[in-house]
Design a protein around this ligand. Structure first.
Ligand SMILES: *[C@@H]1O[C@H](CO)[C@@H](O)[C@H](O)[C@H]1NC(C)=O
Ligand SMILES: *[C@@H]1O[C@H](CO)[C@@H](O)[C@H](O)[C@H]1NC(C)=O
Ligand SMILES: *[C@@H]1O[C@H](CO)[C@@H](O)[C@H](O)[C@H]1NC(C)=O
Length: 763
């Protein structure tokens, strides 16, 4: 026990280094467009359900249910809205019980399920008095409404799991105002059979329900959650991720376990990387159905976990096989003793964990009552995928058929901070192909669903619904960028000279998912931007170069490949090249991007002396105003010759903006500008080239020194004035303390202003 604890905490010290997401797109980046839907009068659009034909998105919101038309890929529109608000009485009671009338005493729709072809089932918190209702999809009316304790939570913020199978409702939630009494129940039971619930209040301990899934063959339902584990008494409040089962046709026992599950059992899910403590908090679980025609036992469950011991953000993804879950529930069980699950002896009765026990003897059912925790854990298949530095809260998974006819798992993971990460597990570890910002403010309640047929992920937040295409291959501008992305959903088409989705249309698409050989792209298939720049001697030149990905290292050379001397050129941390225009520095330069073993020229410039009337109006004559925002660069407006602007994109508009050559279009050409990655605290940021790092350091030190000097001067001055003016009439009355402070603050500010140090404040 002690040794396992030691192991647990020892391993917290080390953490593996991971690559940052290869490409980052900020919210509403033109390179990676998203579809948004929101209404000014509807918020908390957080419960999502897609219709079977993927043409309608049902959304549970605050005081409303929305039907959204998602049949078009370029727009989400409102088909209809059903208002469903709490009564004044419910709101009054809610406020009386101490909840905030505006914030909490509303109807937050927790559950939207399809009941049958004509009706939706909905359940809402209804001002801390849960109500359920049916919605007639033809007339768009709430047709029946009643009390719904146990179907969905009282609290707007609590998660619960619900499934409807054959018009029966299975729900895992808490059943009281305080959210302290968990239950797993069947409601709307058919054919006169009773509604069923859990026998013992101790069979679950502060669970956080995450999802539910049906075992298609076994007639069993699985609920996934984390709860406090009592079986280990050595750690307080130890969280354990769990799977629980019930049989959907359970009708309870005859004398013992009347109207209670005779099939309830639970087990621990193990998600523990080697030499690390387990990731023990289940954040989300996604059920990946087996491919068409395959056996149901090939169903996979993908769980995203965090750890209760992590001191920095980290997550792990573990995959569980349906077969392993079935096997664990067919094995031996621990015996409940004095509210601790002491393993008295493994109970290997054949009937434990089975369906169809309702006619069993009293002694058998007594045993069922006391033996619901399995002896063994469910172990994951394949290696545990660890994501250091990321806290993921939701995931969906899709299978993608790559050009080599191999199936790849594509994981879409939502971070707490609002980024969607697309990750692909491979033999070399896990690669985050891209990250896309989906929302700005962290969201307490959110949800995510996948439409594989449409290739879209829908994210529901308090602000609205956002659809994210799982891939946008066009954002990879060159052959190498397309290949280096190693995105199973994208490949390079040499015939069409574009990065394209793998929808079976092209049979010649090039990918290198298992490793890049270097022969995938032809030299001509480059991203190159070429520009000519005309400058006056002694002007400070800044030539921009934007990293095509966060994993790229940029370097500058002259056109013939010669290294640029340090004493004339500075390569800034943002990738740009700076120098003073002079006879020695007029010439041609190129910026190379290196990622792995692939080197690609991404920009080239001809810097020439400005002379003659052609450039008079265009050249920026004031050297002090040179900044990245200013167009310091004039593009070639004529036909490009040898090394020129190659747009792999067929979009003519982009070519036009590019030809205008302003700095803004430079940023638009390649999505990951330094600005993007900086605002996302890209770890690669911390390792700029040696030289530029040094120059930044010098500037920072100078600034720091200047600040200290200013403060010191200010203090000296202030002290002088105060000692000179003490007791004089000019000071405000002593009783007005705040005003005195203000005037003091102004003194020090003014001393800063006339301190004569402004030349050290570098622009
Ligand atoms: C669908 O369910 C609703 C609510 O339970 C019921 O009123 C209706 O008759 C059902 N319709 C069909 C076609 O089963
Ligand atoms: C509802 O949305 C508001 C913002 O519109 C947010 O502050 C609040 O936390 C949300 N509540 C829930 C239960 O999601
Ligand atoms: C239990 O017994 C009753 C009658 O004794 C029978 O109708 C029912 O089908 C049995 N149930 C099961 C699950 O075997």
């Amino acid at each position: 026990m002690a040794s396992s604890l030691a192991l647990l905490f020892l391993s917290l010290l080390g953490s593996t280094h991971a690559l940052p997401p290869r490409i980052s797109f900020l919210l509403n980046s033109p390179e990676r467009p998203l579809l948004h839907f929101s209404l000014t009068d509807v918020s908390n659009t957080t419960t999502l359900l897609l219709s079977n034909d993927s043409s309608t998105l049902y959304v549970g919101a605050r005081n409303a249910i929305l039907l959204l038309d998602v049949s078009r890929s370029d727009v989400i529109s409102l088909r209809s809205k059903v208002t469903w608000s709490p009564s004044d009485r419910d709101r009054g009671d809610c406020a009386y019980k101490g909840q905030d009338p505006e914030v909490d005493c509303q109807n937050f729709v927790h559950v939207v399920q399809r009941m049958n072809s004509t009706h939706l089932y909905v359940c809402g918190s209804n001002a801390y008095n849960p109500q359920q209702a049916f919605i007639d999809l033809e007339r768009l009316l709430v047709v029946q409404q009643d009390e719904a304790r146990g179907r969905c939570p009282f609290s707007p913020f609590e998660r619960s799991s619900t499934v409807v199978i054959d018009q029966e409702l299975f729900a895992a939630t808490t059943t009281d105002f305080r959210g302290s009494k968990p239950q797993i129940s069947r409601f709307l039971s058919k054919d006169g059979r009773p509604d069923i619930s859990l026998d013992s209040s101790i069979s679950l301990l502060e669970p956080r329900f995450v999802s539910a899934s049906l075992d298609p063959a076994g007639q069993k339902l699985y609920f996934f959650f984390s709860e406090i584990g009592k079986e280990f008494s050595f750690v307080d409040e130890l969280q354990i991720p769990r799977v629980a089962q019930v049989c959907k046709d359970d009708v309870g026992g005859q004398r013992i376990l009347q109207k209670k599950w005779t099939s309830f059992a639970k087990s621990a899910l193990l998600c523990q990387p080697p030499q690390q403590p387990p990731f023990n908090i289940l954040e989300d679980m996604f059920t990946l159905q087996p491919p068409e025609g395959a056996d149901a036992s090939e169903t996979l469950f993908y769980g995203v976990f965090t750890s209760q011991w992590s001191r920095r953000p980290e997550s792990a993804v573990c995959t569980f096989k349906l077969k392993d879950i079935r096997d664990v529930f067919a094995g031996t069980f621990k015996t409940l003793e004095k509210e601790t699950y002491r393993l008295k002896h493994p109970v290997g009765r054949k009937y434990l964990g089975q369906c169809g026990l309702s006619n069993s003897s009293d002694s058998q059912l007594s045993e069922v009552k006391m033996n619901f925790l399995t002896s063994s854990n469910v172990n994951p298949v394949a290696p545990v995928l660890v994501f250091p530095g990321q806290k993921y809260s939701r995931l969906v998974v899709m299978k993608a058929m790559a050009a080599n006819s191999q199936q790849y798992d594509v994981l879409l993971l939502l971070t707490e901070s609002g980024f969607l990460h697309k990750a692909v597990p491979s033999d070399q570890g896990l690669r985050v192909v891209e990250e896309i910002q989906v929302f700005r403010e962290p969201q307490r309640v959110k949800s995510m669903i996948l439409s594989s047929s449409k290739g879209l992920v829908y994210v529901g937040t308090s602000e609205g619904v956002t659809a994210v295409p799982v891939a946008r291959c066009l954002s990879y501008r060159s052959c190498w960028q397309c290949i280096l992305a190693r995105d199973p959903l994208c490949g390079w088409s040499p015939t069409r000279k574009t990065c394209t989705g793998l929808d079976g249309a092209d049979d010649d698409v090039v990918q290198a998912l298992e490793g890049i050989s270097g022969s995938e792209c032809l030299p001509a298939e480059q991203i190159l931007q070429h520009q000519e720049v005309f400058v006056q001697p002694d002007e400070v030149m800044t030539l921009h170069c934007v990293k095509p990905s966060n994993l790229t290292v940029l370097s500058w050379s002259s056109a013939d490949g010669a290294v640029l001397p340090d004493r004339l050129f500075i390569q800034a941390a943002d990738g740009s090249l700076r120098f003073l225009a002079s006879a020695a520095t007029f010439g041609s330069y190129r910026c190379q991007a290196k990622e792995g073993d692939v080197m690609e020229v991404v920009a080239s410039y001809d810097v020439r002396p400005a002379s003659g009337p052609r450039h008079l109006s265009k050249v920026n004559r004031d050297p002090t105003t040179l900044s990245p925002e200013e167009p310091t660069v004039i593009p070639v407006s004529d036909e490009p010759q040898h090394e020129t602007l190659i747009t792999n994109d067929s979009d003519p508009e982009e070519r036009v903006t590019q030809a205008k050559g302003d700095a803004i279009s430079d940023q638009a050409i390649v999505p990951t500008s330094r600005k993007d990655s900086r605002s996302m605290k890209d770890p690669a940021e911390e390792a700029p080239t040696q030289r530029s790092y040094h120059s930044e350091l010098v500037v920072v030190s100078l600034l720091l020194a200047a600040c200290i000097l200013v403060l010191a001067l200010g203090a000296v001055r202030l002290w002088r004035r105060r000692s000179a003016g003490s007791g004089s009439d000019r000071l405000p009355s002593a009783d007005d303390g705040t005003r005195t402070n203000t005037s003091m603050a102004m003194h020090s500010l003014s001393s800063l202003e006339d301190g004569g140090l402004d030349q050290t404040i570098i622009p």
